[in-house]
Design a protein around this ligand. Structure first.
Ligand code: NAI
Ligand code: MG
Length: 356
C-alpha cells in the first residue's frame, strides 16, 4: 500500500464514453481500496455537446486546468452533430501536443475468453505493444491548397520528422522492450517509396539499436508489415511506427486481438513533465450509445494501464485479472464478445471479481 493520493482529470466525452468511464472509475476505486491508495476525480464536460452549446470543445484555459492532475482519463470524443476534424483538432490533438504526449502506446493481447478473428490463435501467440509517434511526422499542418474548385486544383501536405522527435520515440520503444520477456523491437518503415523521411527514420532506428544493444531488432515496410500482423502476430513484441503508420498498426493490432470493445490506449509523456492521458481505443459509438450495452472492458483495461503508469502495478494486475475472470462466461461479458451481459452486468461482475 503506497498510501498515496492521485488526482485524476476525467473527461467522459461523448456517446458511450459517458457510459464506460464511470465503470472504469468504479473499478479503479475498488482496486485502490484493495491496495491502499486513493484517487480523486475532477470531471470535465469537454465534448461535442459542449461545442454545440458554447462553440468550444474545451475552455481557453483547458490545458492549464488538466495540467494540475497526475493523469487524464478520457472516454471518447466525437458525435454526428460536429464534424470529426473539429472535435479531433479542438480537443484530442491540442491535448496530445501541448502536453507533449509523444508516445501513443497500445498493448495488443489476446485475452483468455476472447475469440481472435484470426483462426486458431491462442492467447500466448498474440502479445505485443504498438508504440506510435504521436506529435509530428505525417500529421502536420504544413501545406496548403491552391486553385480550389478548378481543374488546376492542388493539395500539398508536408511530413515533418525531427531528429529529436524520432530519437525519443525510438528510445521509448526500446525501453518498453527492455521490460518485456522477448526484448525485440520492430520498426515500421517505407524507405523504398518515401525517399527522404523514411531513410532518415531507418538511420535513426539503426542508431537507437546501437544505444540499446541488448534488444533485438527487425524492420519491415508498412505494406508487408500489415500482412504479417494478420499472418504472423506471434512475431511481434514491441512495434514502433511514425504517426501515420503507427495509427494504422494501432487499430489493426487491437483488431487481431478481438473486439474494439476491449482495447486500451495510452498517450504518454515519458519524462512525466505533464500528465499522461489514458483512453480506450474505441470511439463514442453513436450506433449503440444510450442503450446501456457498451462493453466497459476497454475503459477498465485503460484504467489499469493508468494505475500501472502511476506506479500502482499490483492494482493494475488486479484489474486485469478481474477483466479476464469475467470473460470466461457469457453471462458476464457483453454482446460484442458473444456474451449476454449489458454494461451494468459486466461492470458488476468486474467489481465483484476485484473485491473477490
Ligand atoms: P467507434 O469505435 O465509435 O465504433 C465502431 C464500431 O464499434 C461501432 O459499431 C460500435 O458500436 C462498436 N463499438 C465501439 N466501442 C464499443 C464498445 N465499447 N462496446 C461495444 N461495441 C463497441 O468508431 P466510429 O463509429 O468510427 O466513430 C464514432 C465517433 O467516435 C466518431 O465521431 C469518431 O470521430 C469518434 N472517435 C473518437 C475516438 C477518440 O475519442 N479517441 C476514437 C475513434 C473514434
Ligand atoms: Mg486511429
Amino acid at each position: 500500500a503506497s498510501g498515496k493520493t492521485y488526482k485524476i482529470a476525467s473527461i467522459p466525452g461523448d456517446g458511450i464514453g459517458k457510459e464506460v468511464i464511470p465503470v472504469g472509475q468504479r473499478a479503479a476505486e475498488a482496486a485502490a481500496a484493495k491496495h491502499g491508495f486513493s484517487l480523486t476525480w475532477t470531471e470535465f464536460d469537454w465534448s461535442c455537446e459542449r461545442y454545440v452549446e458554447t462553440g468550444q470543445m474545451m475552455p481557453d484555459d483547458g490545458i492549464a486546468q488538466v495540467k494540475e492532475h497526475d493523469a487524464i482519463y478520457l472516454g471518447a470524443v466525437g458525435w454526428p452533430t460536429v464534424e470529426d476534424h473539429v472535435s479531433l483538432w479542438g480537443l484530442l490533438i491540442p491535448l496530445r501536443r501541448e502536453l507533449d504526449l509523444y508516445a501513443n502506446v497500445r498493448p495488443v493481447r489476446l485475452l483468455k475468453g476472447v475469440q481472435s478473428p484470426l483462426a486458431n490463435r491462442k492467447p500466448e501467440e498474440i502479445d505485443f505493444i504498438v508504440v506510435r509517434e504521436n506529435v509530428e511526422g505525417e500529421y502536420s499542418e504544413i501545406g496548403g491548397r491552391l486553385y480550389r474548385g478548378t481543374e488546376n486544383e492542388v493539395a500539398v501536405q508536408e511530413a515533418m520528422f525531427t531528429r529529436r522527435g524520432t530519437d525519443r520515440i525510438m528510445d521509448y520503444a526500446f525501453k518498453v522492450a527492455k521490460q518485456r520477456k522477448r526484448k525485440h523491437v520492430t520498426s515500421a518503415t517505407k524507405s523504398n517509396g518515401i525517399v527522404h523521411t523514411m531513410p532518415f527514420w531507418d538511420e535513426r532506428f539503426a542508431a537507437a539499436g546501437k544505444r540499446h544493444p541488448e534488444i533485438e531488432t527487425s524492420q519491415y515496410h508498412i505494406d508487408i508489415l500489415t500482412a504479417h500482423f494478420v499472418q504472423h502476430p506471434d512475431w511481434f513484441d514491441v512495434v514502433v511506427g511514425s504517426n501515420l503508420f503507427g495509427d494504422i498498426l494501432s487499430d489493426l493490432g487491437p483488431a487481431v486481438a478481438g473486439s474494439i470493445g476491449i482495447a486500451p490506449a495510452a498517450n504518454i509523456n515519458p519524462e512525466g513533465v505533464f500528465p499522461s492521458m489514458f483512453e480506450p481505443v474505441h470511439g463514442s459509438a453513436p450506433d449503440i450509445a444510450g442503450k446501456g450495452i457498451a462493453n466497459p472492458v476497454a475503459a477498465v483495461w485503460t484504467a489499469a494501464i493508468m494505475l500501472e503508469h502511476l506506479g500502482e502495478t499490483e492494482a493494475a494486475k488486479t484489474l486485469e485479472a478481474a477483466i479476464e475472470a469475467t470473460l470466461q462466461a457469457p453471462e458476464t461479458k457483453t454482446a460484442d464478445l458473444g456474451g449476454t451481459a449489458n454494461t451494468e452486468q459486466s461492470a458488476t461482475a468486474i467489481i465483484e471479481a476485484i473485491n473477490g
